[in-house]
Design a protein. Structure first.
Lengths: 568, 241, 197
């Protein structure tokens, strides 16, 4: 095929090269394990391999995240004709021992192994994360050898754009960025827009503080994101793609830049791909620390070098987006599902999960659990299964109190709903949201009004300041929550807080303000007695307030109300 | 011209396609409150005081930014909307320091009028403890940040009508504020042409002409709207080509 | 990108120093020009350019912002508006060392507050501020994506995992002592790392 690479050749060659080695050592080189000392581990193993002259025998790969970050650094040894052996908590010493015993002498270091039957791994279903811990994210050859870019080639050379959209629609894939909008329908909208300047945008802003699914995908399987974008571009008629990555993820930026260079070199991005007239290019844009830039209109403003303030919708981006041209924003995880869906078929994907929530969801499991890390589970799994089986239960013999999903836009799920299936609709019914995948478990020691105040401070700091309800409302709600938490709140404070929740939710311009009250409303709904226990009798609170409050309010009221009706 | 029929607070009205609910309401004799909208400037929909309820839509929509639609049934003054507007206004007052008794715009202030209209006569929120410093560096005009409601009408008038881009919005969240050029005193802003369009666009007394005292605001807000209307008409005139 | 700043700092010996306009042969000017050429002076690359300025100079000064506004042909009010919107841009020089405490949700649940309070008390530096002697800046970050190791902090860009207040305080001391005996250029490079984190 003219201009295109022969992927089969490349994949075949890579597989043959890999097959030469008797053992492969997969060392987790993801950010979490690196901060746990994974580099020293790798160096130690490499040293021993060199000392013992095993270079012809052992292949050492720094892979992406294996998931169980709390037990890192993780190392997996794969030997021809044997089962994989996984090691946890591998510091440099342990690495040396594994190299000496297992790699050189074929004797696994039993006391460091972790069974792959461990429910943390056994309960997971991997679609988006299928390559994590398997491939070297720095090498396009490894991605291709694992089936990468085949879906793109087949789509571009054998399918129509409408055919691709049909597969995505039938798969039931919904947006993983929080809203859950059907991906296929969005693609169709862009496909139908008339323009020769369309763009697709991968949203890698990942603002939920306590979530790192998208970061892991971008860092550890960057080609998957590019392939998903290219398929989306082919299906919608886009000629250009942008990946918006938050600045806090420098490794993701470097890996994506490298991946783009590699894909261009292999003619998997650029002009006339696979000998057709389909051309597509990708550029990276880096944020600068603003949660609101995850909102799609703010994100586009930021890509154009402006303040990241949202603008009113409609018009939706698929009508008028970047520089006025139709654009489509998809979350990184949404796009990362696409290559696998195209390769394995819509029906295969639709069989995972539930009726309305197909497929899997990646969660960043954090908080007071025995096992924390990155997991991918079928939609519809219950919270209990995630916490007790995958998470190994609440840490330190404490009792489970609640789990927060959806971060600052979401809500909490209390013990009585622990058997709720994790899908878009069930979570919504509980007053939470699926969100982008942050899942924080809290034990009995955590006070819910504190949690609400924490999220409100976040929203207040991250409000863009454009619209009044959110700019002033998040501040006032924070002040009220702070008054409650610090013993200065009365029954009236609580009433006022609930009124504000309603006003801010109803009137804010964008999703940030509209959802900022959610953590308050949800904790109030399930844990109201905790708030009530904080109240002090009327009058007593005045003692704790700065005197200026009452006086200044009265003064400005009488000053401006001149001539208007006075009721007080 | 293509038109649609809709109902605003029970008044049936025909409106041209492309008109927004605020404009249609005005023609129907219904005044919808609002601060950030000014005819002739782009629409930002930021103050959220003009929210109206449309039968069949789940949440209220800003009248200034919502196009008219066939058979819409719009309510601009429900108890819920009034209650929300009152709370919003209270929060607006608490963001700054609004001492009407000392303000040039008193009597000609859109904020003051709204407060009277909605019966906001006390503020339940804590205003900032200190006034921000006034900028009196410009030979003809002054700027009092404590009275600014961040409607950005001045910013848009300066950029979209005068083309000077002197005023900008800086900071974010509650720290949002106006800046002239690179944050210099107004009088030192090289881009300012002293045209006064920002002053005429300001709904409150935050931008004012020097030498005016309490209640003496002279500039007319219609100025910017008149200019843009004229400009847009003239641009169609063959004779200019 | 922080390598840019390290290079400039080593060459001029005064990376990030406040004061009047830089001398004409300031190597940082050339670095910025290279960056501007790379983005072909496109106005929509403003945020990229501001990142570069921060890497090269350590912070955004009015003089450099004016240069940027002129180069990209943007109104100064717009440049300042964008620069002040994003939290990662700083308008003051940072300290020699930077301690960044993650205050994301996972770290909050595991006691980020105590870390912050511990450092504040031990080193007399408020959150978001720099010590008077310029030795240490204390910043907060919103989730650095190592939630599995919560609570975490960064010292000059290096992660301290599952931190306790005592461990963090000790790690800061180690970093400060290490730089005391080191060369100036080395110290500049370390501060650059912190700025980029
Ligand atoms: C305040 C706010 C923050 C958001 N942050 C993100 C984010 O970090 N990542 C993301 O993918 N979507 C985020 N979203 C949702 C996006 O606006 C958008 O809906 C999403 O990227 C669409 O992709 P999807 O359809 O694939 O989910 C955010 C929305 C709001 C209102
Ligand atoms: S809701 Fe908040 S973040 Fe959204 S536009 Fe309004 S002020 Fe900005
Ligand atoms: S100065 Fe006046 S016109 Fe400008 S933003 Fe403030 S209130 Fe609006
Ligand atoms: S007038 Fe409509 S939002 Fe301000
Ligand atoms: S919350 Fe601290 S690393 Fe994610």
């Amino acid at each position: 095929m003219s201009g295109g690479v022969d992927l089969f050749d490349l994949a075949q060659k890579e597989r043959e090269e890999q097959a030469v080695y008797r053992r492969t050592v997969l060392c987790c080189g993801s950010t979490a394990c690196l901060s746990g000392g994974a580099q020293a581990t790798q160096d130690a193993i490499r040293d021993v391999v060199a000392e013992k002259g095993l270079e012809q025998d052992v292949r050492l790969v720094a892979t992406g995240c294996m998931g169980l970050c709390s037990r890192g650094p993780l190392v997996k040894v794969r030997s021809r004709g044997e089962d994989d052996v996984l090691y946890a908590d591998v510091d440099a010493d342990a690495g040396r021992r594994i190299a000496e015993q297992h790699l050189a002498a074929g004797q696994p270091v039993e006391e460091r192994t972790l069974s792959l039957e461990h429910p943390f791994f056994a309960r997971q279903v991997r679609v988006v994360l299928e390559n994590m811990g398997e491939i070297d994210p720095n090498r396009i050859e490894d991605y291709i050898a694992h089936g990468g870019y085949r879906a793109l080639r087949d789509a571009v050379s054998t399918m129509t754009p409408a055919g691709v959209i049909d597969v995505v629609q039938r798969s039931g894939l919904r947006g993983r960025g929080g809203g859950g909008y059907p991906a296929g329908s969005k693609w169709k909208l862009l496909n139908e827009a008339k323009s020769d300047q369309k763009t697709v945008i991968a949203n890698g802003d990942e603002g939920d503080p306590g979530a790192y699914m998208d970061r892991t995908v971008m860092e550890d399987d960057p080609h998957r994101v590019l392939e998903g974008m290219a398929i989306a571009a082919y299906a919608t008629g886009a000629i250009k793609g942008y990946i918006y990555v938050r600045a806090e993820y420098p490794v993701a930026v470097r890996r994506l830049e490298q991946a783009i260079r590699q894909a261009k070199r292999h003619k998997l991005l650029g002009k006339n791909l696979f000998g057709t007239d389909f051309s597509f290019d990708v550029e990276i844009r880096i944020g600068a620390g603003a949660f609101v830039c995850g909102e799609e209109t703010a994100l586009m403003a930021s890509i154009m070098g402006q303040r990241g303030t949202p603008v009113l919708r409609p018009p939706y981006p698929t009508e008028r987006g970047l520089w006025g041209h139709p654009s489509m924003i998809n979350n990184v995880e949404t796009l990362a599902n696409v290559p696998t869906i195209m390769r394995r078929g819509a029906d295969w994907f639709a069989n995972i999960g539930t009726e309305t929530s197909r497929g899997t969801k990646v969660f960043a499991l954090a908080g007071k659990l025995e096992n924390t890390g990155l997991i991918e589970v079928p939609m519809g799994i219950t919270l209990r299964e995630i916490i007790e089986e995958i998470g190994g239960g609440v840490a330190g013999a404490k009792a489970f109190k609640a789990a927060q999903t959806g971060g600052p836009s979401g809500g909490c799920i209390p013990l009585k709903h622990i058997d709720t299936p994790m899908d878009y609709d069930s979570l919504l019914a509980l007053g939470s949201i699926m969100g982008s995948g942050g899942l924080i478990v809290m034990d009995e020691d955590v006070a819910m009004p504190d949690v609400a105040r924490f999220f409100m401070r976040f929203c207040m700091d991250e409000s863009c300041g454009k619209c009044l309800p959110c700019r002033a409302g998040t501040y006032e709600m924070y002040e009220l929550l702070d008054a409650l938490v610090t013993g200065r709140g009365t029954a009236a404070t609580l009433v006022r807080l609930e009124t504000l929740c309603e006003v801010v939710r109803t009137n804010s311009l964008c999703g940030l303000g509209q959802t900022a009250p959610n953590p308050v409303l949800s904790t109030l709904h399930y844990f109201r007695p905790e708030y009530e226990a904080l109240l002090v009798p009327d009058g007593a609170h005045l003692a704790g307030l700065p005197g200026a409050h009452v006086a200044a309010a009265a003064e400005s009221a009488s000053a401006f109300a001149d001539g208007s009706e006075r009721s007080a | 011209m293509a038109g649609v029929n809709l109902k605003i607070d029970g008044v049936e009205i025909e409106a041209p396609v492309g008109e927004n609910l605020m404009q249609a309401a005005t023609r129907a004799g219904v005044r919808v409150p609002g601060l950030c909208q000014l005819d002739g400037l782009s629409v930002v929909g930021a103050c959220r005081l003009c929210m109206v309820e449309i039968a069949g839509t789940p949440r209220p929509r800003p009248a200034c930014a919502t196009p008219v639609g066939e058979s819409m049934d719009v309510h601009t003054d429900t108890p819920r909307l009034r209650e929300h507007r009152r709370v919003l206004l209270e929060m607006l007052f608490a963001e700054g320091q609004h001492i009407c008794a000392a303000c040039v715009a008193s009597g000609a202030c859109e904020l003051q009028n709204l407060a009277a209209e909605l019966g906001v006569d006390h503020v339940n929120f804590t205003p900032p403890p200190t006034r921000l410093e006034m900028d009196l560096s410009h030979p003809r005009f002054g700027y009092d940040p404590s009275r600014c409601v961040l409607c950005t009408r001045c910013v848009r008038a300066c950029a979209e009508v005068e083309g000077a881009f002197t005023w900008g919005v800086a900071g974010r969240g509650r720290e949002t504020h106006l800046v002239a050029d690179l944050g210099v005193p107004w009088g030192e802003a090289e881009s300012c042409t002293s045209c006064g369009k920002c002053v005429s666009a300001c709904p409150v007394g935050a931008l004012f002409e020097k030498g005016t005292s309490v209640g003496e605001r002279r500039v007319t807000r219609a100025l910017v709207s008149t200019l843009t209307a004229r400009r847009d008409r003239e641009s169609h005139r063959e004779v200019l080509k | 990108m922080s390598a840019l700043r390290a290079a400039a700092g080593a060459a001029s010996g005064t990376a990030g120093a406040a004061g009047g306009p830089p001398p004409a042969d300031d190597p940082r000017v050339a670095l910025l020009t290279t960056q501007l050429k790379k983005v072909r002076y496109r106005a929509d690359a403003l945020i990229d350019v501001l990142h570069a300025v921060q890497d090269i100079y350590g912070y955004l000064s009015p003089e450099v912002l004016t240069t940027v506004a002129d180069a990209l042909q943007l109104p100064p009010s717009r440049v300042l508006g964008v620069a002040t919107f994003y939290h990662l841009f700083s308008f003051e020089a940072r300290g020699d060392h930077t301690c960044t405490v993650c205050t994301g949700t996972a770290c909050f649940v595991k006691g980020a507050d105590a870390l912050m309070a511990g450092v504040t008390e031990a080193y007399g530096v408020a959150q978001g501020a720099t010590r008077e002697d310029g030795s240490l800046s204390l910043l907060e970050a919103r989730c650095i994506g190592s939630c599995g190791l919560a609570p975490v902090a960064l010292i000059d860009g290096a992660v301290v995992a599952k931190a306790t207040p005592d461990a963090l305080i000790a790690a800061i001391r180690t970093a400060m002592e290490a730089s005391e005996s080191a060369e100036d250029a080395v110290r500049e490079a370390a501060a650059g790392e912190g700025g980029a984190a």
